[in-house]
Design a protein around this ligand. Structure first.
Ligand SMILES: Cc1cc2nc3c(=O)[nH]c(=O)nc-3n(C[C@H](O)[C@H](O)[C@H](O)COP(=O)(O)O)c2cc1C
Length: 365
């Protein structure tokens, strides 16, 4: 199910149940109202409810949502599952309660419900879906609806993984970083030499050292002025957007809550010179795996090469040995006001030759 399909489905929903796990492993199901914003589902509840106690003990949670995949389409059940986070921020929970009752009831009923409930010990349960499954019930949407588990389709991940340069300050769970790195190390390398170390930088001060070094470099070399004048003269709106975001991002690379610096270490195959194009082939495939794994978890990334401007600072701040060479810097975080794909690319049949240079073929539709 694509993010757009999920959005449509949520717009046409008509009931929702939250499932949590009781201590004996049986499911606890209860009707809820929820909010969905930037890929995160949130529910306002109280500390004395079973669902709150359950997720405090076992964070696995699902929403079972009945609705439609398209206007006039048949009924479908979608289950979104993930790991819950609890926020004890009462103010946030009360504000959410207000929005939920306003959305669901007439003004009089909403006011009364809000008055009745606002003083309860309210909390927010939120989660980002790790898995989305859809089940068909009846109707026309049978034609399009995926009927099997659709954690996130591989091709959907590939087609929507695009450069993200604006990040929310929300922390990235370590578990998500491990999953990215575990995907990275599945990448290819000459003779399976795996000549890499993945330096993960979360520390605020250290990210700030990097951000400062980048700013200083841009100021010293006049790159700011150059980028700003490129922005001014750019006519294509997507290039303007790219340049605008790049300027913002380079102004504060610490705005990404995590920076990952993949390093080639003791590279032996297919080349021994770590700065050669051939050596890069033993790590950049792994970097792309890492970025795809980020996208599959709703995390944004962008491959940057500003490591080349600030290599001295990277070496001294993180004590890199001489035989380690940073090959790029990949900022990681939840996108802020930027959506994932689809990406802009030349059509595949215009960049493909078959059996002889220049021999194109059109792709059957
Ligand atoms: C070798 C390489 C270097 C890149 N360097 C930067 C960079 O320094 N800063 C940046 O914002 N994007 C950088 N990018 C990202 C590209 O701008 C981006 O992949 C390209 O415009 C396609 O956009 P998309 O990923 O959103 O489809 C780099 C990409 C590659 C492959």
């Amino acid at each position: 199910m694509t993010p757009e399909e999920l959005e449509t489905f949520l717009g046409l929903r008509n009931s929702t149940v939250m499932a949590t796990l009781n201590p004996d492993g049986s499911p606890h199901m209860t009707a809820v109202g929820y909010e969905y914003h930037d890929g995160i589902f949130s529910v306002s509840t109280t500390r004395d409810r079973v669902k709150y106690r359950n997720v405090a003990a076992d964070k696995r949670v699902s929403l079972i949502i009945r609705g439609r995949l398209e206007e006039g389409g048949g009924e479908t059940v979608v289950v979104v599952s993930g790991d819950a986070r609890l926020s004890e921020d009462r103010e946030e929970a009360v504000a959410m309660l207000r929005r939920l009752v306003d959305k669901s009831y007439s003004k009089d009923v909403a006011d009364r419900l809000f008055e009745d409930r606002k003083d309860e010990p309210r909390v927010v349960i939120s989660f980002r879906p790790k898995k989305t499954s859809a089940w068909l019930q009846i109707g026309r949407s049978a034609l399009n609806c995926p009927t099997e588990e659709t954690a996130m389709d591989f091709f959907e991940v590939v087609h929507t993984q695009r450069s993200i340069r604006r990040f929310k300050p929300d922390p990235v769970p370590d578990e998500a970083i491990w999953a990215m790195l575990d995907a990275a190390i599945r990448g290819p390398s000459g003779s399976n030499s795996q000549p890499w170390i993945w330096l993960v930088i979360r520390d605020d001060e250290k990210r700030e050292i990097i951000a400062r070094a980048v700013r200083e470099h841009f100021e010293k070399t006049g790159r700011w002025e150059e980028m700003k004048s490129n922005l001014k003269s750019a006519e294509d709106p997507s290039r303007r957007r790219l340049l605008g975001r790049a300027i913002d991002f380079f102004g504060n690379v610490a705005s990404a809550p995590v920076l990952i610096v993949p390093c080639l270490v003791r590279v032996t195959s297919p080349d021994t010179e770590p700065r050669s194009l051939l050596s890069g082939s033993s790590i950049y495939g792994a970097v792309q795996n890492m970025m795809l794994a980020a996208r599959a978890q709703g995390l944004g990334t962008v491959l940057t090469t500003f490591n080349t401007f600030i290599e001295d600072e990277l070496r001294s701040t993180f004590h890199l040995p001489d035989n380690a060479v940073p090959v790029c810097v990949v900022p990681v975080g939840y996108p802020d006001g930027q959506r994932f794909g689809p990406t802009t690319r030349k059509p595949v049949d215009t960049v493909t030759y078959w059996d002889d240079w220049g021999a194109t073929a059109s792709r059957p539709s």
